[in-house]
Design a protein around this ligand. Structure first.
Ligand SMILES: C[S@@+](CC[C@H](N)C(=O)[O-])C[C@H]1O[C@@H](n2cnc3c(N)ncnc32)[C@H](O)[C@@H]1O
Length: 214
């Protein structure tokens, strides 16, 4: 079942207009070779990243910016048939491919959702954990997305955020040009939106990994 996007909620300008243009009608096979390849830190360390989240069978998780489904599938195995994984992405072709992949793997607990740029389109108080990997810098409306994530989280729910380190003089020119905000600014934005940083569960190199509570 693919749930439709509910549509835009503001006409305010995007902070990163056009950054997602190439994903909207993306070829999932082409991007799978980019996101799920050895040498990408999040792929190489995917097992440790999932372990660090300490998911329990029966948990309800939202993978926001699910891409080709790298983490969605791992979460679905971890939370088991009593749990649920919402694979949320603005790209209909990515979400269609995730639905096919989950079906082929017999993962009936994956719920694919095509969301809008401004809201996760999840029911209120529906998830224990929101996971955002290399996607926060793609949010065109970060404040609106954070408001809708906060309302989708259950009381005391957790938000895990992984994104690129952005260090002038050290990070690549691609990172400096592509990634809007570094770790400190991201923490400020999350705290302003009502999240509290609780820990950094795993040390990564090119990325940082933050865990917040609602
Ligand atoms: C760099 S990819 C990361 C994919 C995946 N999280 C991973 O780490 O393999 C960023 C993804 O975020 C999606 N995206 C961008 N803005 C989004 C938003 N506001 N809500 C949901 N998905 C979004 C894009 O379509 C793309 O699939």
């Amino acid at each position: 079942m693919v749930l439709p996007a509910l549509g835009a909620t503001t006409t305010a300008p995007a902070v990163e207009p056009e950054i997602n243009q190439h994903y909207l009608d993306a070829d999932p096979e082409r991007w799978k070779a980019v996101f799920e390849r050895e040498g990408r830190e999040l792929y190489d360390r995917r097992a440790q990243i999932v372990d660090a989240l300490q998911l329990q069978p029966g948990d309800s998780v939202a993978d926001i910016g699910a891409g080709t489904g790298l983490f969605t599938m791992l979460f679905a195995e971890r939370v088991g048939p009593a749990g649920r994984v919402y694979a949320v992405d603005i790209s209909p072709s990515f979400i269609d491919a995730i639905a096919v992949r989950a079906n082929a793997l017999g993962l009936g607990n994956v719920v694919p959702i095509v969301n809008s740029q401004q809201t996760v389109d999840l029911p209120p108080d529906s998830v224990d954990l929101v996971f955002i990997a290399d996607t926060y810098h793609h949010f065109e409306y970060p404040q609106l997305m954070l408001d809708s994530i906060r309302s989708a989280l259950r009381p005391n729910g957790r938000l895990a955020l992984i994104d690129f380190r952005r260090m002038p003089g050290l990070s690549s020119s691609w990172v400096m040009g592509h990634v809007r905000a570094g770790r400190v600014q991201v923490i400020d934005e999350l705290e302003a939106a009502g999240f509290k940083l609780v820990k950094e569960p795993l040390a990564l190199q090119g990325n940082y990994f933050l865990l917040f509570r609602k």
